[in-house]
Design a protein around this ligand. Structure first.
Ligand code: ATP
Length: 503
């Protein structure tokens, strides 16, 4: 990107709250007129990053440049940036016109008085014109005299957007602006926001944890996890070429498998060697992603000798296509296809080499993207429950005696069955010789010497892998049990906590 085209540049930005780093070495250049979305699970630092761009928070270290100038220490009202929040914060006692005109009435612009530079308020005519233009963009031109209380949620959000764009900012920040709307309204507003972006031609920086919203609207998506950027790219790049298992899982339905490179352009998973197009060293442990729509199913009479064979265990009609779950040994394969087949059918499972996405394994952490919380507030990884601290899922929350999560505002949540991503550091897993001494049992499937320690992979009965660092020598094939302390399991909720609220 040429320097003239870059409107905002975040350079090595960090933010630390109470000793915890919530935004970690964030580097990003945003182009003028771009629609950029920060996407990631709750608590990954999206809002904090946005608030630093707006000027409501100051980075602990690093710089933010606007059109090449350092604005890190400039207060919010001096930045040509406006923010639209999820809760629209309109004035209920003012009508639509006055809500939008509010800021303009206070605004002073430079002028000349008797040949000298001075400041003046906008004239009533100037305010009228600007308000009319903003309301036209959000498609509320007939609504000037309406009371806020008579508007739907979507219309109120449009007033909030009009109020932000009436100041003619260079950048509009939108923090989950559609979060309070129902699904239908949300979909309509997504399309309208994209239209508004086109009409205005300014830069939009959008925050969401909804991957579909991000894919629909953005020019560029920034996927974040635990304060760090995982991947920056167009929606198509991120969907088709995720850089790791976290991105692949977060961006859409996918099959993710532990795999091993079995030869040049050959990868082994589902107990079978597939041709692939990514070149990784032989024997390297990798993650493989296959999208459900790329799985080719063929009904067969008996198991094939040279192809993966499985059985259809569930079938759901989705309007245009069917979704099938195929059981292959202990593994499951999600498939999407327009052909009608039956539960119980024996099928072969094939994937074209170019549809097998191979990713370097993240060996800095164990990440379990299919974990969930059970009715004892334990996290279930594979089929094994681990004690964990669910209050980490919501800031300042506590657990009630009967097991509900209680938010700082008194709201009550039932986390039973909640889908989460669980993360465990390689140094946080204790391995004990023999079975039944820990949380779960398994067998050592690989031992790699890493210079001053060993990296060991333990595979449990339900084929979940735990990688850990140890100073001691262990052997492949050893039967072990593993143990993790509750505070060492990091949890991230998939989706919004509001889903789990109970009366
Ligand atoms: P969500 O989608 O839930 O809004 P997010 O990705 O926007 O999440 P942030 O709101 O940026 O995440 O929060 C990142 C982390 O920083 C969280 O753990 C949060 O509790 C913490 N945090 C945010 N603001 C503060 C603050 N003022 N003081 C202390 N911790 C904070």
């Amino acid at each position: 990107m040429s320097k003239e085209n870059c409107i905002i540049s975040l350079q090595g930005v960090n933010k630390v709250f109470d000793g915890t780093t919530v935004v970690d070495n964030f580097n990003l250049d945003i182009t003028k007129g771009e629609f950029v979305t920060f996407l990631g699970p709750s608590g990954c630092g999206k809002t904090t990053t946005l608030r630093m761009i707006a000027g409501f928070e100051t980075p602990t270290s690093g710089k933010i440049l606007l059109n090449g100038e350092d604005i890190t220490k400039i207060p919010p009202h001096k930045r040509p940036i406006n923010t639209v929040f999820q809760r629209y914060a309109l004035f209920p006692h003012l009508d639509v016109y006055d809500n939008v005109a509010f800021g303009l009435k206070l605004k002073k612009i430079p002028c000349e008085k008797k040949g000298k530079p001075a400041f003046r308020h906008l004239t009533a005519k100037e305010i009228d014109e600007k308000v009319a233009h903003a309301l036209e963009i959000v498609d509320l031109d007939e609504f000037e005299d309406r009371d806020i209380s008579t508007l739907s949620g979507g219309q109120q959000q449009r007033v909030a957007i009009a109020r932000a764009i009436v100041n003619e900012p260079e950048i509009l920040l939108l923090d989950e602006p559609l979060g309070a709307l129902d699904l239908k309204m949300r979909k309509d507003m997504q399309i309208e926001l994209k239209e508004m972006h086109k009409k205005l031609g300014i830069t939009f920086i959008y925050v969401t944890h909804d991957q579909e919203e991000a894919l629909t609207m953005s020019d560029t998506i920034v996927v974040m996890k635990s304060g760090e950027i995982q991947q920056v790219g167009t929606p198509i790049d991120i969907y088709n070429e995720p850089v790791n298992a976290f991105v692949a899982d977060f961006i859409g339905e996918s099959n993710i498998y532990n795999a091993t490179m079995a030869g040049k352009l050959k990868v082994r998973f589902l107990n079978h060697v597939f041709d692939c197009i990514d070149d990784f060293p032989v024997n390297e442990k990798v993650d493989v992603v296959v999208r459900p729509e790329d799985v080719i199913l063929t009904v067969v009479k008996e198991p094939s000798k040279d192809k993966v064979t499985g059985k259809i265990v569930t079938k759901v009609f989705k309007g245009v296509h069917y979704e099938y779950l195929v059981q292959v040994g202990k593994a499951e394969v999600e498939c999407r296809d327009t052909k009608d087949r039956n539960v119980g059918d024996l099928v072969t499972v094939e994937v074209e080499p170019e549809n097998i996405q191979i990713m370097k394994k993240d060996v800095t952490n164990n990440i379990y993207t299919e974990a969930w919380i059970n009715n004892k507030n334990q996290v279930v990884i594979g089929e094994d429950p681990f004690d964990c601290d669910v209050t980490k899922l919501l800031k300042d929350s506590t657990l009630s005696e009967d097991g509900y999560l209680i938010g700082p505002d008194g709201k009550k949540y039932d986390l039973n069955d909640a889908d989460v991503i669980a993360e465990i550091g390689l140094d946080k897993i204790e391995m004990i010789d023999g079975f039944d001494n820990g949380d779960t049992n398994g067998e050592i499937v690989s031992v790699v010497y890493k210079g001053d320690h060993y990296q060991v992979m333990v595979r449990t009965d339900d084929e979940e892998d735990f990688i850990l660092d140890t100073p001691y020598t262990w052997n492949e094939g050893d039967q072990v049990s593993i143990k993790v302390l509750p505070q060492d399991i990091k949890l991230m909720l998939k989706g919004d906590i509001a889903k789990y609220e109970v009366e």
